[in-house]
Design a binder for this molecule. Structure first.
Ligand code: A3P
Length: 281
């Protein structure tokens, strides 16, 4: 991993150095109908991306391939520029590394999805293990890193704080803030609210169809048919669709882990007003 401006980034996956890539991203020319989907890793990026894609195209159609290329930190400037509108940029980068000037100038729509920290740390751990990285001895050590850093794309509290600050500082930017738990509990309503936010007219039937097509099982099945995007910047043979549930942390956190996470939530995630994070199923 590479450190840049205090943020830990993954190993360089493409031909240009991180500094150059981030600077290219910061100065990317946006189009009025671009949408940004921002999320901390494992908060539900793939899920919301597909929902937004289907809404903007007015039909149920999976686009796993475009989705991976639109993950801006792993894509190239040329690839992003070549993408047809409406573009849905997908990113874990903090706002300080995004084309904020153009986001502000063009009032670009931003969707942010977040997830309760206990399920997030479990999901990240399984994701991380799939890459075969042996940096962490065990889950407890991973939890320690999740709490204290360094973590890829910064720690969760830092990520959420800068997101909240961005929202506070830019009240005129259309911002759709939604939790994984809310989306899971009210999928159709979330799709309907998103449609409204995106300014697309989607019938109730289409919203129901999209919510259904984007259920965990359906997305998992759809992914199997095109699991590997061979020419992507990173090997995409990892399984994104693991369990897809709220509260799976109960199956993985020991009493000690849970106490660590509770303390972390109490110490580090207080004071945030825009996120409901103390979610207990
Ligand atoms: P789990 O590891 O808990 O199963 P991201 O897309 O940000 O990488 O997040 C991946 C997490 O979201 C994984 O969580 C994955 O299973 C879950 N997920 C992906 N698609 C989903 C869907 N349609 N419904 C619910 N959860 C989904």
């Amino acid at each position: 991993p590479v450190m840049m401006e205090g943020i830990m980034l993954p190993p360089q996956p493409f031909h240009v150095p991180w500094e150059q890539h981030i600077n290219e991203l910061r100065t990317l020319t946006l189009r009025d109908d671009d949408v940004f989907l921002c999320a901390y890793p494992k908060a539900g990026t793939h899920w919301l991306w597909e929902v937004i894609y289907m809404l903007l195209h007015g039909k149920v159609t999976y686009e796993a391939r475009t989705k991976e290329f639109m993950m801006i930190e792993f894509s190239s400037k040329e690839r992003l520029e070549a993408e047809a509108s409406p573009r849905i940029f997908n990113t874990h980068l903090p706002f300080s590394m995004l084309p904020v000037q153009d986001i502000k100038r063009k009032k670009i729509k931003v969707v942010h999805v977040y997830r309760n920290p206990k399920d997030t740390v479990v999901s990240q751990w399984f994701h991380f293990k799939q890459f075969g990285a042996n940096i962490f001895k065990d889950f407890e050590q991973f939890i320690q890193a999740f709490i204290n850093g360094p973590m890829l794309f910064g720690t969760y509290p830092d990520y959420l704080k800068q997101t909240e600050k961005f929202m506070d500082d830019n009240p005129d930017i259309p911002f759709f803030n939604v939790s994984y738990e809310e989306t899971k509990k009210h999928p159709v309503e979330t799709v309907q609210r998103l449609a409204k936010f995106l300014g697309v007219s989607a019938s109730d039937q289409l919203c129901r169809d999209i919510a259904d097509a984007c259920s965990f099982q359906k997305m998992k099945e759809a992914d199997k048919s095109k699991a590997v995007v061979k020419d992507a910047a990173i090997p995409l043979n990892q399984d994104i669709y693991r369990k897809g549930e709220v509260g799976d942390w109960k199956n993985h956190l020991s009493a000690k882990d849970e106490a660590l996470m509770d303390k972390f939530i109490a110490d580090r995630l207080q004071g945030l007003t825009k996120f409901k994070l103390e979610y207990t199923p």
